[in-house]
Design a binder for this molecule. Structure first.
Ligand code: ACO
Length: 331
């Protein structure tokens, strides 16, 4: 096992106040039911941002809490790594908006685009920058306003997603430290891109009246295929992160998977040989918040005492691309 280069010094989350329950879809004319959604996904409710809440504003809430808990001032941040599939604007990055909002005057800032796996990718990049000696302290944020890109006329997708942000302060370890990131694993398969995507609205098919008319700038997903790949890839990722850390499933105190669907979570835990008592679940309250889901869950796990000093956590994610990844972290 390698010496951990970086450790998580503080966590935080930024969650919109507005709760949307499964029953609220009826008012939008969506032909669905609470029972169908709970049975297929485990989701009871999700948070939906107001017009005045943005990806950046939720990220800033999460970041301020994480920095306060880590005892780090904005001027001490060397890099802001922001993972989002829902940037507030296409140019510049949402990370620079966050840099300005926080007054993190010494920080480099950039977005990472790896969909629901984005925060794991971002953590891996930040750890790498620490390994190479470029930075000492990073803010790694996952923030998503998924409600702005789902098709509210498509019942097969709009019931799945929610808004929110999670953040951690990552710090470079002193030598001989034993806590921190013990292993990371990241992968992708772009041949499957069109199973979960937004066909239009980018440079290849820019916005036009046709795009608005055919609703092709919204998320489209082949649910069953995505489900199958998610379970297979997350199971592989759990194994690879454990191998990298020279640990066995029994050594893990808590598994924090991407919160997309309770059935995906249960299948992943089963293949990874981690009992459900050790799995953190909050998909029932937030739905799928894409790359914000793991840092939000981690923050709740810290707050509730399920993650504390000495805890060994396995984090695993899967998302559009497809992308997948995992890490083992000792606290
Ligand atoms: N309410 C009621 N009925 C619905 C709804 C709904 N909201 N949505 C679809 N249906 C209907 C379909 O029309 C279909 O009806 P039919 O049989 O008459 O054609 C029926 O329910 C079954 O549809 P399926 O798509 O086959 O249902 P499935 O059991 O696969 O569940 C679901 C759908 C929940 C989307 C599932 O496939 C899934 O969870 N997939 C993974 C999705 C996911 O988590 N993606 C994100 C992972 S990656 C990331 O986070 C970006």
């Amino acid at each position: 096992m390698k010496r951990p280069i970086a450790y998580i010094a503080g966590t935080g989350r930024g969650i919109p106040a507005r709760v949307m329950t499964n029953h609220d879809f009826a008012a939008l004319g969506i032909d669905t039911s609470h029972e169908w959604i709970v049975e297929r996904t485990g989701i009871m409710e999700r948070r939906i941002a107001s017009d005045s809440e943005s990806t950046c504003s939720m990220a800033a809430d999460a970041a301020r809490t994480a920095m306060a808990r880590a005892g780090v001032a904005p001027g001490e941040i060397d890099a802001i790594v922001m993972s989002t599939a829902t940037p507030d604007r296409l140019l510049p990055s949402t990370a620079v908006d966050l840099q300005a909002e926080l007054g993190a005057t010494r920080a480099a800032a950039f977005d990472v685009s790896a969909a629901c796996t984005g925060w794991i990718y971002g953590m891996t990049v930040a750890e790498g920058l620490m390994h190479s000696g470029v930075i000492q302290t990073a803010l790694v944020v996952g923030a998503e306003k998924m409600s702005s890109i789902v098709d509210w006329q498509d019942r097969s997708t709009c019931i799945l997603f929610g808004d929110g942000a999670g953040a951690v302060v990552l710090k470079r370890n002193k030598s001989q430290a034993t806590k921190g990131i013990l292993s990371t694993f990241i992968r992708s398969d772009g041949t499957l891109a069109e199973l979960l995507w937004r066909p239009s609205g980018g440079a290849k098919h820019p916005f036009s009246q046709d795009v608005l008319d055919d609703r092709s700038s919204y998320v489209r997903m082949a649910g069953r295929e995505t489900f199958r790949h998610a379970v297979r890839s997350m199971s592989e990722a759990c194994e690879r992160a454990l191998d990298g850390a020279k640990l066995r499933a029994d050594d893990i105190d808590i598994l924090i998977p991407h919160q997309a669907n309770i059935r995906i979570i249960e299948s992943t835990a089963k293949y990874a040989n981690v009992p459900m008592e050790k799995v953190f679940v909050n998909v029932d309250r937030y739905g799928n918040t894409s790359s914000a889901s793991i840092p939000i869950a981690l923050d709740e796990a810290v707050e509730s005492g399920r993650v504390k000093e000495g805890t060994t956590a396995l984090l695993v994610a899967f998302g559009a691309g497809f992308t997948w990844g995992s890490m083992v972290v000792r606290f």
